[in-house]
Design a protein around this ligand. Structure first.
Ligand code: A8S
Length: 230
């Protein structure tokens, strides 16, 4: 990827570089800018792999392959358990970006959620835009990767495309998540590459900070409530 990588002041290590090489490839044209941001979150990627089953109480439950939280998916058993709040459970909701994105006021998806689905996102006042139309490009529940492309809206981010990937890591002895988000976008006429990167990175940093706050709060709640195994 022809991109600089920003890590909130942290060095980007070999692991991050390898994940970027594998999952964050963008074609970057001459009139475009691209970069990647990294965030470490003190909450697990997922504890279980989602299925559509629902418990009596309305809490999502799962039957099938269990990810024990350190990227180990060897525990295959017919179990049902309450879904643990996790970073992936927030990121994968293409239909509900407002769960963690602080600038989103409303989001509507028409039809089924599938690759190619479009979401109409309304953003809060005070920003240089009011709406954005975004297409789901990739949703990988095994590798924990979501990719979207912006296809419309009254803003200046033309041909914006982003990839967010989650990777399990241990932070101070507990399951944590390394988040990498990369993007490519056209540099609007009248702006420089640096200005465009600065603007987009500021928005992504806010999203990642909020993703960390929400998932860390949920992870603390999970630790205080027992697993509901059946
Ligand atoms: C995202 C990333 C970005 C969102 C941008 C960069 C946007 O929603 C906002 C302001 C704009 O000017 C453009 O993953 C747009 O949310 C907050 C409306 C697209």
């Amino acid at each position: 990827m022809n991109a600089s990588a920003v890590a909130n002041g942290c060095e980007i290590g070999g692991m991050e570089r390898e994940y970027m090489r594998r999952h964050h490839r963008h074609e970057v044209a001459e009139n475009q800018c691209s970069s990647a941001l990294v965030k470490h979150i003190r909450a697990p990627v997922p504890l279980v792999i989602p299925s559509s089953r629902r418990a009596r109480c309305g809490t999502p439950v799962f039957r099938g392959s269990v990810d024990v939280g350190w990227g180990v998916k060897s525990v295959r058993a017919r179990v049902s358990m309450q879904m643990f709040a996790s970073v992936w459970s927030l990121v994968r909701r293409f239909d509900q970006p407002q769960k963690y994105k602080p600038f989103v006021s409303r989001c509507v998806v028409r039809g089924n959620l599938e690759i190619g689905s479009l979401r109409e996102v309304d953003v809060k006042s005070g920003l240089p835009a009011t709406t954005s139309t975004e297409r789901l490009e990739l949703l990988d529940d095994d590798e924990h990767i979501l990719s979207i492309r912006i296809v419309g809206g009254d803003h200046r981010l033309r041909n914006y495309s982003s990839i967010i990937s989650l990777h399990p890591e241990i932070i101070e002895g507990r399951p944590g998540t390394l988040v990498i988000e990369s993007y490519v976008v056209d540099v609007p006429e009248g702006n420089t590459k640096d200005e465009t990167c600065y603007f987009v990175e500021a928005l992504i940093k806010c999203n990642l900070k909020s993703l960390a706050d929400v998932s860390e709060r949920l992870a603390v709640q999970d630790r205080t409530e027992p697993i509901d195994m059946m």
